[in-house]
Write a protein that binds this ligand. Structure first.
Ligand code: NAP
Length: 247
């Protein structure tokens, strides 16, 4: 059985990815931080349509939580074949000069340390040297990695720049272990994340600067992720797909 962990799978892009992965035959571990109800809705939808899913609460920035997430996955479904490093946060829009040191650490820990902890555990179980049969990791970067998000959240953009470097380096490091590592860079996508920045209507505001003149949907991002983990992308590693309407 193909087994996928989607971090931050309770809402937004993660939830859309979990649902689509289940349609493609994956048993899905829907990780979340706090919103158990939302995670359970995703899990119930998958199980009700004949798929296999569980919800696991774990903070990806906490090592013990990540170790538990991977252990529960192995105990329930067996060997992991795909990791979608999707959990990510941003905070109130402002200039860098108004950001606290605590905020830098929070955003860095979730967006970068969390991805690295999960990637580390995934490589251990997927590696064909350890008896695994290879696998796939997809990291959620952002088009902000290329634009920098000035005046909004350059701290967040910098974490996504780090995700790009992680993707390039890890892809090369684990290619001979049978593991592909790729990233998706969403543009402005209709999800709850913009409310965390203090502007729930941000997608509408910036749509005019998107060549395609609209925000994207979580499903449009999920389709790129599912392509990357599929055999259709069998010669693709260390690659980036911008799902950003040309922005
Ligand atoms: P979202 O709607 O805000 O959902 C965030 C998800 O991450 C939720 O499931 C949340 O769980 C989970 N989460 C947050 N902190 C976590 C932690 N420490 N440990 C585990 N889970 C955690 O986000 P989204 O818009 O779908 O974004 C998903 C990814 O795409 C992020 O990496 C984001 O940076 C990236 N992205 C999004 C956009 C966009 O426009 N939406 C653009 C570019 C990149 P709870 O439900 O329990 O809170």
């Amino acid at each position: 059985m193909s087994v996928m962990i989607v971090t931050g799978g309770s809402r937004g892009i993660g939830a859309a990815t979990a649902l689509l992965a289940a349609e493609h035959g994956y048993a899905v571990v829907v990780n979340y931080l706090k919103n158990e109800t939302a995670a359970q809705v995703v899990v119930d939808k998958i199980n009700a349509s004949g798929g296999h899913a569980i919800a696991v609460a774990a903070d990806v920035s906490v090592e013990d939580d990540v170790l538990r997430l991977f252990k529960v996955t192995a105990d329930k479904f067996g060997r992991l074949t795909a990791l979608v490093n999707n959990a990510g946060i941003l905070e109130q829009q402002c200039s860098l000069q108004d950001m606290s040191a605590e905020r830098f650490v929070r955003v860095m820990n979730t967006n970068v340390v969390g991805c690295m902890l999960c990637a580390r555990e995934a490589v251990k179980v997927m590696s064909n040297v350890n008896g695994g049969s290879g696998g796939n990791i997809v990291n959620l970067s952002s088009i902000a990695a290329t634009l920098g998000a000035p005046g909004e959240y350059v701290d967040y953009a910098a974490t996504k720049g780090a995700i790009d470097s992680l993707t390039i380096g890890l892809a090369s490091e684990v290619a001979q272990l049978g593991i592909r590592v790729n990233a998706v860079r969403p543009g402005v996508i209709h999800t709850d994340i913009h409310a965390s920045g203090g502007e729930p209507g941000r997608v509408e505001r910036v749509s005019g600067s998107v060549p395609m003149q609209r925000g994207g949907t979580a499903g449009e991002v999920a389709r790129a992720i599912i392509w990357l983990v599929s055999d259709n992308a069998s010669y693709t590693t260390g690659a980036f797909i911008n799902v950003s309407g040309g922005r």
